[in-house]
Write a protein that binds this ligand. Structure first.
Ligand code: SF4
Length: 180
């Protein structure tokens, strides 16, 4: 025990300090997301995440959004278990052939307007896996996609930026529909 305590005192803290700039940038992004949610979604956005065949790298970053450091729930973004309760789908990975029908059925179960975010290079364009006997490739090969978030995997900050892009696109489409 004393040997262990001596080692702890001698070595000190070896973990990296939290990235301060990252925390500030995330705070700004989160506040921007919250502003849009207050204006357009009655204060909250429900996301159903679908892993369509990912290596789980993308999932680690998405899970990080919910940890105490990023804590995205404080900005009104919630992950839900059912597509019937979801405002949008967040899809990761290339779509494996085994997940093709499940992804399509999940999309059909979503209430309109069935918003879809493809997260990660694999979801955007098939990534390393492409199209093969086992993979349908990009998410857009199976269901319509509104916004793509590239990266392998995208960071929590890039995921929030992707949400803002989705809101921006919705705003543009609303303006086009109103003007036409
Ligand atoms: S984009 Fe990268 S991290 Fe995400 S599923 Fe593909 S290989 Fe894995």
């Amino acid at each position: 025990m004393l040997k262990l305590l001596g080692k702890i005192i001698r070595i000190g803290v070896v973990t990296e300090p939290p990235p301060v700039a990252d925390a500030e940038a995330m705070e700004r992004l989160g506040i921007e997301v919250q502003r849009v949610l207050d204006r357009r979604f009655s204060g909250s956005l429900a996301i159903r995440h679908v892993d369509a065949g990912s290596c789980n790298g993308c999932e680690l970053e998405i899970h990080a959004l919910n940890n105490p450091y990023y804590d995205v729930e404080r900005f009104g973004v919630h992950f839900v278990a059912s597509p019937r309760h979801a405002d949008c789908l967040l899809v990761t990975g290339p779509v494996s052939r085994n997940m093709e029908a499940a992804l399509r059925r999940t999309w059909e179960a979503c209430p309109d307007p069935k918003l879809v975010i493809a997260s990660g290079d694999c979801a955007c364009n098939g990534g390393e896996f492409g199209v093969s006997y086992a993979s349908c490739g990009a998410v857009e090969n199976v269901i319509p996609v509104d916004v793509r978030i590239p990266g392998c995997p995208p960071t929590p900050g890039q995921l929030l930026t992707g949400l803002l892009a989705l809101f921006g696109k919705m705003e543009e489409e609303r303006i086009v529909a109103r003007d036409s």
